[in-house]
Structures are given as C-alpha cells and as structure tokens.
Ligand binder design. Structure first.
Ligand code: MEV
Length: 431
C-alpha cells in the first residue's frame, strides 16, 4: 500500500491518534513512539500549545560553560547543543581570557526595524517625502498598539524611508524603528507595521504588500572584547607568540575568503546558538542576522570577529553582531528549562543576555582558531567522538572510557574497531 502524507486535521486529532498515524506511516516500534512522546521537563500540554501537530519533544544536551568573567562579573553559561567539544572549548577560552580580566562588552540598544513595502507609486521619491511628513502620526499609530512597551520606555521611536530599486521597479520601504526593551520584538514590531500600513497606502495611493520585522538588526548590535595573554595561550610545544601569529593568519584567511569565512563564522555561531537555544530564544533569527550582517557591513561576506596583536604582542579579539534576544515573551517566558537557565545566568535585561552571548561567540572563535592554527581540531573532537562511538556499540560505565582511550590511541575511531575492542575488554574481564 502506498503511504499518504495527506492527513487532514492532524492538529485536531488526539495525541493517541497522532502517535498511531506516525507509528503506521514510519513502521515505528512501541519503543520508538515512547522515545518520541517523552517530553522531559515539559508537560505534553505545554508542548502541544507551543507549536502545531505535536507528537513529542526533541531533547538536546545542556552543558554549562565555566570560567566566564564579563564586565567584572562571573557567569555560568548554559549551552544547549548536540555537538561535542563546543562547551569545553568555550570554557577553556574563557579561562584563558580571565587572566587579563575576561570580556568587556557593550551594546547599541534593543532597537529593531519593521519594514513596510510599498509598490505602485509613480513618484517613489515624492512618496518617500509624503511618508516622512507623517512621522509623528506613524509613531502614534504604532505606539497605540503596544502601550505596555511604551510604559517601560520602549515603543516606536523613529521612521526612515528608503527607495529600493528592485527587479519589479522602485519600491518605497518604510522602516519603523522600535525600541523593544526586554522583548525580542517580532510580535510588537509586526503588529505595529500592520497597523501603520493602511495609512501609508492612503497617503501615497500605492499598494502595501509586506509588513514584517527585519532580522538584519543593525541597530541592535552587541560587542565584546578580550585580551589573551600570549604566554597563557601556548599549547604543547608551540610558544605563545607563534600561537598568536597562527590565529592572525587564520583570521586573515577567513576575512579574505568566503569559503573559509562561512566555517569561521559557523564556529562563532556554535557558541552563540547554544546560549540562544538554552534561553529559549529564536536562533534562526540570530543566525539570519549574523550572516546578513557579516555580508552587509562591508559589502562582502566577512568575519564577525577581528583579531589583532597589541603592543605587548598579546592577542586582542573583538566581535560585533546583531543580537535580537529577549527575556519576556516567547519560549523564554514559558519553557521551564529556559526559565531556569536565565535564572542561573542571572541576567537582568535582554541587553545583558545579548552581551553574554557575544562574549561566548568570541570565546568560541578563539578556541577554534587556536586549535586549527596549532594541533588541528580533530584531536579534541576525536576524544569525545570516541566516547560516543563506544557508547553506541554498547559500552557501559567505565567501559566507555576504556574503549574510547584505545580507539584514540590507535587513531581508529570507528564502529567496527569499537565493537572488537569492547569484545576484547569483556573477554579479558570474564577470564
Ligand atoms: C566546527 O563546528 C567549527 C569549526 O569548523 C570552526 C572553524 O573552522 O573556525 C572548528
């Protein structure tokens, strides 16, 4: 029988019916269904309200990055990520940064941009002037939509209008500049943009299509800086000043070549996304903003970090990128694990959270470049990977470390070898 994915009203079905449907569609076993429906710290009802067509939850490991000192304060940083080495690397980098006081950070303020796309006006520059002349009215229409935000000092603060030349001719794009305070802001900004749009049509005689937040949050930038003393970053036989040179070469490579830069920035996002996920924030928005910013800021895809050598020969790292994270609204406010993680961090504002995240991104980049420019990353990766492989072939308890150690020593981190090693260990144990 051909299986059909045409399941009408899936969302209306009871959880039991949904499990039954996926069980028969995917030939899933009872154990597999049990795994899928285990929602861990969340009640099924909570998960069921968060998204549509829910059948369960997908747990990912939560680790704690230690050693972070930011603006003179210590933080334990929760990181939710499935990739080995990331948490260890961030902690290690933060330990090295501590020697020179850790990270210092700043931010441009929690300002987001809402876009309103207007087409069909014969005089786009004239329409631009007309819209700008209604600035105060636009702001008051927008602010009426969110009195709470206005009460806490946020709200629509300004209007900008751009004429964008597109494949379909000129478009007049209004930017609503909104201070989102402790919210990520997508809901507030989208509601405001939708409220303002009909008036823009009225004033200009054009037609509005899109009304939506921009994830290229160039007014919500966050920055971090750290100095890594050359003597504290030596590794193995490699002296600190050589490590500094290696990192500078790695950075120059990334900044000059988009093929390398994508991976370099991905390494930064390993740290950033993990904290964004752990705090229940929208990591797709952060990813989109980061990569768009990396391309926008200087007209080509560039590094989100910069690395230099100071007068002492020590390494100075900086990072600057958009960071639209919130503490109120969204999953951050309802997900119990996210709430506990935010409490652990002890951040008092969305901006403070954003600054911590920037510091983690910088630390992550440092750790990756230091490893890549010296012994390579496989050594560290393999040690963790070997433990996973050992567990996958059935090693338990202290067998995991014993199997992993042998695989790494033999440089054969593979399932087939792991099976043999485990069997050998067990035979030795039983004789
Ligand atoms: C792997 O997840 C991240 C790295 O590839 C980052 C980089 O190459 O800079 C190690």
């Amino acid at each position: 029988m051909v299986k059909s994915s045409d399941v009408s009203g899936f969302y209306k079905k009871s959880p039991e019916d949904r499990w039954q449907i996926i069980r028969s569609f995917g030939d899933l076993t009872d154990a597999e269904i049990e795994t899928i429906r285990n929602t861990g710290a969340l009640k099924f009802d909570q998960v069921d309200r968060m998204i549509e067509n829910v059948v369960g939850a997908m747990p990912i490991p939560l680790g704690i990055a230690v050693n972070f000192r930011i603006n003179g304060r210590d933080y334990l940083v929760p990181m939710a990520i499935e990739e080995p080495s990331v948490v260890a690397a961030a902690s290690n980098a933060a330990r090295m940064a501590r020697e020179r006081g850790g990270f210092t950070t700043s931010a441009s303020g929690p300002i987001m941009i809402g876009q309103i796309q207007l087409v069909g006006v014969p005089d786009p520059h004239g329409a631009r002037m007309t819209i700008l002349a209604h600035r105060d009215e636009i702001l008051s229409i927008a602010n009426e939509k969110d009195p709470m935000l206005v009460k806490v000092g946020g709200g629509a603060k300004d209007v900008e209008v751009r004429v964008v030349d597109s494949k379909r001719g000129h478009m007049v794009v209004t930017h609503l500049i909104v201070d989102c305070r402790d919210a990520m802001g997508a809901n507030a900004v989208n509601t405001m943009a939708e409220a303002v749009a009909p008036r823009i049509e009225e004033w200009t005689g054009g037609r509005v299509y899109l009304r939506i937040i921009s994830n290229l949050a160039v007014r919500r930038l966050v920055r971090a800086r750290a100095v890594f003393a050359k003597d504290s970053i030596r590794t193995g036989e490699i002296p600190g000043d050589e490590v500094v040179e290696g990192i500078l070469e790695a950075y120059a490579f990334a900044d000059a070549d988009p093929f390398r830069c994508a991976t370099h920035n991905k390494g930064i996002m390993n740290g950033i996304d993990a904290v964004v996920v752990a705090t229940g924030n929208d990591w797709r928005a952060i990813e989109a903003g980061a990569h768009a910013y990396a391309a926008w800021k200087s007209g080509g895809y560039r590094s989100l970090t910069a690395w230099e050598k100071d007068a002492n020969g020590d390494l100075v790292g900086t990072i600057e990128l958009p960071m639209a994270v919130g503490l109120v609204g969204g999953a951050t406010a309802v997900h119990p694990t996210a709430k506990a993680n935010v409490k652990l961090l002890g951040v008092k504002s969305a901006q403070e959270l954003a600054e911590v995240i920037a510091a983690v991104g910088l630390a992550q980049n440092f750790a990756a470049l230091r490893a890549l420019a010296t012994e390579g990353i496989q050594k560290g990766h393999m040690a963790l990977h070997a433990r996973n492989v050992a567990a996958t072939v059935g090693a338990i308890g202290d067998e995991i470390d014993r199997v992993a150690e042998i695989l790494v020593k033999e440089r054969k981190v593979r399932m087939d070898r792991a099976k043999d090693v485990l069997a050998e260990i067990r035979t030795r144990k039983s004789t």
